[in-house]
Design a protein around this ligand. Sequence first.
Ligand code: SF4
Length: 335
Amino acid sequence: MIRIGIPSALLYYQYYPLWKTFFEELGAEVVVSPPTTQAMLAEGSARVVADTCLPVKVFLGHVLSLVEKCDWIFIPAVRSVENKVYNCSKFLGLPDMTKAVIPESPPILEIDIDINKGKGELYRAIYKLGRHFTWNPVSIRKAGLVAWQTYLNYRELMSSHGLTPPQAIERISGTRKVEPEVASNHPTSARATIALIGHPYLIYDEYINHRLIHRLEQTGNRVLTPEIVTSQELKSAVTRITGGAYWTYEEEVVGAGGHYLQNGADGVIGVMAFGCGPDSLMMDTVRRQSARLRTTPFMCLTLEEHTAETGVVTRLEAFTDMIYRKKRKETEVCV
Ligand code: SF4
């Protein structure tokens, strides 16, 4: 059986169930890289120039960890998933960059996703990918349809059950444990409700963000993330603030930020990577919106490979203390 390696970094959190289903329907075995470690980050960083963004260094570390474990590595070039909305240039050149800096990598299975070229071109790209496994177009079409339905179920699981991508992936794979209800997940018993906004590869990679969600929940807070908000709500927040998205995945930042600044959160934390061009613009848009509204405190956490755990803890404590004080004052005024 052909083994396809999928690095659990970058777009993994958005599309893993879709990719896995597609390859398994075509008879392949899927191998996923383990969670990020210091060694993986160091090895990935050593392959590129210093000012490459942290998530790309992490991604290369994941590819390196798969080198001996699979026959092919799947690395899509996602240019655009919406008309006239474009992705960061790092995603466009990801397969080529990986080939250049990791020559020992197994052959790369790539696909160009660019919705601006029309649906016909997209279907041709999917068939081209599927032909690595079978020449039967009916089997490829069926695999594509089953994979798309799995993706829709995955999105639905997150938005209607309030699951994070790692939790939804566990649920879909049948490995999710039945967890006891956590007191802090109830809006009424939580000390504060904190919304995290940003790309999933920053919010859910526990190594690079120093277990951000865990830390907030451990201190009695309820955590909200972009996936819990419906796609329509995210889109309408982006339209309200910027008039319309320019960047792919803008909804995870501007959409979620705009939504949570006005709905259901006591504070909003933006998580971005140092040196990220698109995020520096998008986070600034959210910051300015927060200053305009003056309703919900906003803090931006910028991560890089040298970000110290104590620095993250100090900033989190300062931000949450300020929110607790604000909530106490509001309660006193009401009493
Ligand atoms: S959007 Fe930013 S963090 Fe993500 S890959 Fe591009 S430069 Fe890196």
